[in-house]
Design a protein. Structure first.
Length: 398
């Protein structure tokens, strides 16, 4: 192949990478914000609908559990149908569901519609990650996954800040209606992305695809990775769910203090993009283990923070660890899933978002013992996940 053709091919690969990462990275922030938008709105909804916060917290958990189940449905389906079509169709459906959430007349309707919203929103994460493997050159994939997973975690902070700002200025319903309009626009841009193709499964029936997914549970290393993945968003959502009480208890802070602590985590998430390069150098397993250990250290430091600056630093350490663990474990799961990459990533997403759903519930149950207890328990869970992955999973370098 001539030098000119090589350069043209490299230029085409780079252009595809930039286009895909821009649209999918932005989508990951916007869609995953729906998971975290609930955290600051729970007390608002409890007051608005005249219910206890223990009831209002199900607006988040209903979304999370439906999202977890939806990942299995959509992700496994993507091993049968063209992934880009699932991605933009899901966004069009999400536009309608998000409008309906903003119209909720009662807490029961809100919880039900949040469940529907979660089920539809699940058409994005696992499918997007598998889609990257279809359309990008191999040397761009880990970096693209780092950008997308960075968006997942940025959503955890920006979603909370966005909800707080919109609630204060235009009311909570407007937060959903604005997102609905943005989803529709992003879907139009997504239709212009490379089409890609599902390799090797286009002739398989849906029954065969789901049977293939079930067979993945016989892969012991993959099962361990899935179970360990529960700790990621369980600790992330659980920490932020308890943060408000901790700031109030320890430092008598207000909502503006919380906002600044949340925003302080953004640089950590952006730094986690470097995990893509680390994965190439030392492998996804080591990146995942070291990152989880760092996150656990951050949680322990948060529990014993004696000042606001120390709390900010500790939370930034925790967020950096969690944000760096995400691309590591995603790449690890993809390698272990081999040809059933879409299904393996879909089940991974199921376990991750089961953890996200359990986070606020666990925090609510433990908060009576103090926010410090929540941080210590979450730290123990994250350390356990790191140890299990280190001992129980052997992974060949890709």
């Amino acid at each position: 192949m001539s030098q000119a053709l090589v350069q043209q091919e490299q230029a085409n690969e780079r252009a595809a990478f930039l286009k895909v990462v821009t649209i999918l990275g932005l989508s990951s922030v916007l869609i995953l914000s729906l998971m975290y938008i609930t955290i600051p709105l729970v007390p608002i909804w409890a007051d608005h609908y005249k219910v206890a916060q223990s009831v209002a917290v199900w607006t988040g958990s209903a979304f999370g559990f439906a999202y977890a189940l939806g990942n299995i449905f959509w992700g496994t389906l993507s091993d049968r149908f063209q992934r880009i079509k699932i991605l933009y169709t899901g966004l069009f459906l999400l536009t309608g569901a998000t409008i309906l959430v903003g119209l909720s007349p009662s807490i029961g309707a809100l919880i039900a519609l949040r469940g529907l919203q979660g089920l539809i929103a699940a058409s994005f994460p696992a499918v997007a990650i598998a889609y990257v493997g279809d359309v990008l050159a191999p040397h761009y994939r880990a970096l693209a996954i780092s950008f997308i997973s960075c968006g997942f975690l940025l959503a955890g902070i920006l979603g909370q800040v966005y909800a707080t700002a919109l609630q204060a200025s235009l009311g909570w319903r407007s937060a959903f209606w604005i997102l609905a309009a943005v989803y529709f626009i992003i879907a139009l841009f997504m239709m212009k992305l490379p089409k890609g193709a599902v390799q090797g499964t286009t002739k398989a029936s849906l029954f065969q695809v789901y049977a293939q997914m079930l067979r993945l549970f016989s892969n012991g290393r993959l099962l361990i990775a899935w179970l360990a993945a529960v700790s990621i968003l369980l600790s992330f959502v659980g920490m932020y769910s308890a943060l408000s009480s901790f700031v109030t208890e320890q430092f008598h802070g207000d909502s503006s203090t919380l906002t600044w602590i949340r925003v302080a985590g953004i640089p950590s998430i952006l730094l986690s993009i470097g995990a893509g390069s680390l994965i190439k150098r030392i492998g996804p397993k080591k990146v995942t283990v070291y990152s989880l250990l760092l996150a656990g250290i951050g949680l322990i430091l948060e529990a014993f923070s004696g000042s606001l600056p120390m709390l900010v630093v500790a939370s930034a350490v925790f967020v950096l660890g969690i944000a760096s663990a995400v691309p590591g474990i995603i790449v690890m799961v993809g390698q272990l899933g081999s040809q059933a990459r879409g299904s393996a990533t879909a089940v991974y997403a199921f376990f991750v978002f089961v953890g996200a759903s359990m986070g606020p519930i666990l925090a609510t149950q433990l908060i009576g013992y103090g926010a410090k207890t929540v941080f210590l328990v979450l730290g123990g869970i994250v350390f356990l996940a790191a140890v299990v992955i280190s001992i129980a999973i052997r992974l060949e370098r890709a």
